[in-house]
Design a protein. Structure first.
Length: 343
């Protein structure tokens, strides 16, 4: 398996950076402050050091569309060998689930530990009202359904500029509603990303539909026994008094939509220990096409949970899958999205 530092991607990096630099709906740079100083005693694996190489675990803010948005930022710990000459670093933007927050996702996934050990930046943004506009339908609670897309673009731009995030190695991931948000970013901004992953999240459908628009490596991890948002999708969700629950297509149809957008052929499915893996290989003969796959991992004996997590899920969410560690599996996929059946 290639490391993030060794692996070279032939991605349209200049185009990706241009996309985030040419934001039409966000505040201008003069209105958007640099990252806030590290919060002493804030949640995270480490507080601010007051030095140029801050420890992971700082709470930051960014003004976008007139709102001051919050996020947790984890930086790789400084080492004697680290220097500016090491080059830009990969970035993972991780979206929490509906009703949760950044700290909850960090605890559930331990993503910052696994990612920073690989030399990656990790940003955990906070959703407005503890949720994300993962669909295209305007609602009373989210009258601007594109707000979070613009926020994510602005956050990426900001971290490329201030934290030396590598514009050719930008990844998104998320859980549940946050997983659907990650899928929306991959669907609508494929040239901006080098990969995306969703756990217990599906593409919205119906009048909130999100359609993939280009090739990008995507991994969908799903519990076979999800009682909250079933593997087969939720085309007619029950009403919700606080915020409408979006209808979704199935997990397989979600993955297949990304495969079709990437010109993939027929999938190959194989049984692995405790889960089934279906792989579509993206067409690689088009200009600037990514070398990679779309993958669906259906975890046996797993519910609406993050496989491998040690944090107990809420009542009614089903069991935590033990067949794989979703965090390591996703980061391995980001490092090399090509391996799989049919290679």
């Amino acid at each position: 398996m290639s490391s993030f530092g060794e692996r070279s991607r032939r991605r349209p990096g200049v185009l990706a950076l241009a996309l985030v630099l040419a934001l039409a709906g966000c505040a201008t740079d003069s209105d958007r402050p640099d990252a806030a100083p590290p919060s002493r005693g804030s949640s995270g694996t480490g507080g601010g050091t007051g030095t140029a190489t801050a420890a992971p675990g700082t709470r930051e803010q960014l003004r976008v569309d007139g709102d001051v948005r919050q996020y947790l930022l984890h930086r790789p710990a400084a080492t004697p060998a680290s220097s500016a000459a090491d080059g830009p670093r990969p970035l993972v933007v991780a979206f929490h689930g509906r009703g949760a927050d950044a700290a909850e996702l960090r605890a559930k996934t331990r993503l910052e530990k696994a990612a920073t050990a690989r030399g990656m930046l990790v940003a955990f943004p906070e959703g407005l009202g503890h949720g994300w506009g993962a669909g295209t339908r305007a609602t009373k609670q989210r009258p601007d359904p594109d707000l979070d897309v613009r926020f994510t673009e602005a956050l990426i731009k900001h971290l490329v500029r201030t934290e030396r995030a590598d514009p050719e190695r930008i990844y998104v991931a998320g859980f549940s509603n946050g997983g659907s948000m990650a899928l929306r970013m991959a669907a609508e901004r494929p040239a901006l990303l080098a990969g995306a992953a969703s756990v217990s999240g599906q593409l919205p459908t119906g009048d909130a539909a999100v359609e993939p628009t280009g090739p990008v490596p995507v991994m969908v991890v799903y519990g076979a026994d999800d009682p909250v948002r079933p593997l087969a999708g939720l085309p007619t969700p029950p009403p919700d008094p606080e915020e409408p629950i979006l209808p979704t297509r199935s997990a397989r149809d979600t993955a297949a939509a990304f495969a079709a957008a990437g010109g993939a052929g027929e999938p190959v499915t194989r049984e692995e220990k405790g889960y089934d893996r279906t792989v579509w290989r993206l067409r690689a003969d088009a200009p600037d096409a990514p070398d990679g796959t779309v993958q669906l991992l259906v975890v046996h004996d797993a519910g609406h949970t993050w496989p491998g997590s040690t944090v107990p899920p809420p009542e009614g969410f089903g069991p935590v899958g033990k067949a794989l560690d979703a965090t390591d599996t996703i980061l391995d996929f980001f490092a090399d999205p090509a391996p799989g059946p049919g290679r």
